[in-house]
Design a protein around this ligand. Structure first.
Ligand SMILES: Nc1ncnc2c1ncn2[C@@H]1O[C@H](COP(=O)(O)OP(=O)(O)O)[C@@H](O)[C@H]1O
Ligand SMILES: [Mg+2]
Length: 429
């Protein structure tokens, strides 16, 4: 076989290095570094050597330099040149250049089974039992600007767990939405079409917005809220603004799109004379149809007044599910209280009493009352003489009960009865 030699990388080698990188990917092992990162390493004063046979590049080795540490992020050879010790030779040459620049710690991350592994072993690299964490944010660089325009963003990834109680709702949403959306291949295997649009309904403060965000957080998709009020303020007609907004959303690879208080733009039709929002409702219907054509996204509409919605609006082909987000039952209320009662006093607080006294309170009401009790306890611990020197600090059961007595519950028996009617008549799970 022709003779080879090793030399420094030149800019003219770039195309050939890309070709080598592509060839090295045929091993079927997903590499740790993408091509863009490797090229960036070369560009940003990294070190790079190539093996050439005449004018042909048959191998390349690249490292990014970071202070006294270098990360080798490419070690690749053309098929015919593997298994001859060329990998180790390239590494040796690269190391010489790196140590001359003051690097004394060399590291590499390789997937198990990758061809370069032997070269590192032969060069005396020790493996360390580290855990490599990786999370891929499904946002293309070109989507970032678009998302910003839409007022959308990526949410922190712990919102689902922060949802206390609500086990029934969580189970439905987990199974019907999160499961098929997060694993479309599995869904397909079972003939399940992942949902494209759903409605969440229930009294105010029960957690509809919180659930929508938690779904985005669970899926790792950007959250985009479509705000009719903001669109209206923008000018040339709400219908047109809706149209444009959904047009922009269509460019996103993934998204959880949220419309709160959807009844405002989709109230019952057929009034005489037709209501001024008729055109807007019609536009929304068109937007939803178009939205449903593309996978990888979900539209979540929320409403406190599901009965104000046109029954035609809620039909099958338009929304896959119409899901009630109900008042929290005793178990859910307990979980929500546990969330807000601070650890040091948790043992001393009579949770049963709080759960009992917060019947008809929504999660939002409980949060409000709990924070009020905490604030008052803090103030009295600091300013009230009677409290100074008390052996336990922090809110007590009486503080919580007083705060509850002082907070008006959002729910009434009538609201709960109406909600139950709505579930029987309208919910679709
Ligand atoms: N299950 C829950 N656990 C803890 N806090 C909750 C829960 N549900 C709602 N909250 C809190 O209640 C407030 C109102 O919830 P939200 O989702 O806006 O209700 P909705 O959209 O149904 O009116 C939020 O501050 C949220 O943090
Ligand atoms: Mg809300």
């Amino acid at each position: 076989m022709a003779s080879w030699r090793i030399r420094d990388f030149h800019d003219d080698d770039l195309d050939q290095v890309v070709r080598i990188w592509e060839e090295s990917r045929k091993t079927g092992v997903e590499p740790v570094y993408g091509l863009a990162e490797i090229l960036a390493a070369i560009r940003d004063e990294g070190a790079a050597v190539v093996v050439v046979v005449g004018p042909i590049v048959v191998g390349a080795c690249v490292a990014r330099v970071n202070g006294d540490r270098a990360w080798v992020n490419l070690l690749a050879l053309a098929d015919d040149w593997r298994g001859r010790g060329l990998g180790s030779t390239m590494l040796t040459e690269l190391e010489k250049r790196l140590t001359a620049r003051g690097v004394h710690r060399l590291a590499a991350l390789l997937p198990e089974g990758e061809t370069g592994v032997d070269a590192f072993r032969n060069r005396g690299y020790a493996t360390r039992a580290l855990v490599y964490f990786e999370r891929v944010v499904p946002l293309q660089p070109q989507e970032v600007g678009r998302l910003e325009q839409l007022g959308g963003h990526m949410l922190p990834d712990n919102l689902w767990n922060a949802l206390a109680g609500m086990e029934r709702e969580k189970m439905i949403i987990e199974r019907r939405l999160v499961l098929p959306l997060s694993d479309p291949d599995l869904a397909d295997e079972f003939g399940v079409l992942p949902p494209r649009s759903v409605v969440l309904f229930g009294p105010p403060g029960t957690g509809k917005t919180t659930f929508a965000k938690a779904v985005a957080s669970r899926l790792g998709w950007p959250f985009v809220e479509v705000l009719p009020s903001r669109l209206a303020a923008e000018g040339p007609g709400l219908a047109l603004a809706l149209h444009d907004t959904f047009g922009e959303i269509a460019d996103l690879e993934h998204a959880v799109v949220f419309i709160d208080e959807v009844e405002e733009i989709a109230a019952e039709r057929g009034g005489r004379p037709p209501s001024p929002t008729q055109g807007v409702t019609n536009e929304l219907l068109k937007c939803i149809s178009a939205f449903r054509e593309k996978e990888g996204r979900i539209l979540i509409c929320a409403t406190n007044f599901v009965r104000a919605l046109d029954p035609a609006f809620l039909r099958h082909g338009r929304f896959d599910y119409v899901i009630p987000i109900g008042p929290p039952d005793a178990t859910a209320r307990r979980a929500i209280w546990v969330r807000y009662v601070p650890d040091p006093v948790a043992e001393l607080v009579d949770l049963d009493a709080l759960v009992e006294a917060s019947n008809l309170f929504t999660p939002a009401d409980i949060e409000y009352a709990a924070r009020k009790a905490s604030q008052r306890a803090l103030e009295s611990a600091v300013y009230d003489q009677a409290d100074v020197g008390r052996d336990t600090r922090g809110p007590r059961t009486e503080d919580y009960l007083a705060a509850l007595a002082d907070t008006r519950s959002t729910l009434t028996d009538t609201i709960v009865a109406e909600f139950d009617e709505d579930i029987a008549r309208i919910a679709r799970l």
